[in-house]
Design a protein around this ligand. Sequence first.
Ligand code: FAD
Length: 229
Amino acid sequence: YIATLAALAEQGLDGNVSIKLTQMGLDLDRDLCRENIWRVVEKAAESGAFVRIDMEDHTRTDATLEVAREAHGWYRHTGVVIQSYLRRSAADVEALIGEGIRVRLCKGAYDEPADVAFASKAEVDESYRVLMERLLRDGHYPGIATHDEQLIAHAREFTQREGIGPARFEFQMLYGVRRDLQHALVADGYTVRVYVPYGREWYPYFMRRLAERPANLLFLLRNLVRDRG
Ligand SMILES: Cc1cc2nc3c(=O)[nH]c(=O)nc-3n(C[C@H](O)[C@H](O)[C@H](O)COP(=O)(O)OP(=O)(O)OC[C@H]3O[C@@H](n4cnc5c(N)ncnc54)[C@H](O)[C@@H]3O)c2cc1C
């Protein structure tokens, strides 16, 4: 992360870094995790880069919010992620809006029990719509992280209707996913930030992407065969 932040600054790029706290030692030792975050935040502060703390499974939501709040206290260009599938998220969004902390809104990528998370796509999408409207209206430069065309169309229609300009939020998508949509949004004057995974610990990330869209496995196998052919 420190090397990436240095490279972003050197190239003059408006890049953010996104951090998973378990990769920073959250499950080993909370103080070690905070020290590691502090090091990243300190480096980011040299160039004014934004630091995003990703959200992991629900057993870590409280700890993640706690560390994110602390990091925001050290350096205000720090934000967090809220998942629309969690039943608690409306309350978390309200609190974060009040605290002036930037939120990336996503649907959520972990297999969660029904008592903490909505199970049906309809409920997760409806929750996304409600939280997105709330963040677009009163949030602090929210990141609308989805490839869902209906939700993106709703964001566009809602912001136009409410007079919320494109400079007040950004869309975010995963590297390589729906590039057509990414280009179309940029052509229409919207900001699109692309999430680029990198590094050696790629396996859990890769498995989550496969789990949310099993068709990707077929896509991967086809390309492997094609590359060898
Ligand atoms: C920038 C960014 C950051 C994220 N950060 C987090 C995080 O911190 N914590 C977390 O739990 N989750 C995170 N996610 C993942 C997110 O929670 C969802 O799992 C993921 O984005 C898929 O949901 P969707 O909103 O695109 O809607 P879906 O309803 O799942 O998908 C809508 C359509 O998008 C396309 N699509 C979606 N995913 C893929 C894919 N992997 N490959 C190909 N096509 C696809 C398909 O056409 C699909 O029909 C992040 C996602 C993004 C874009």
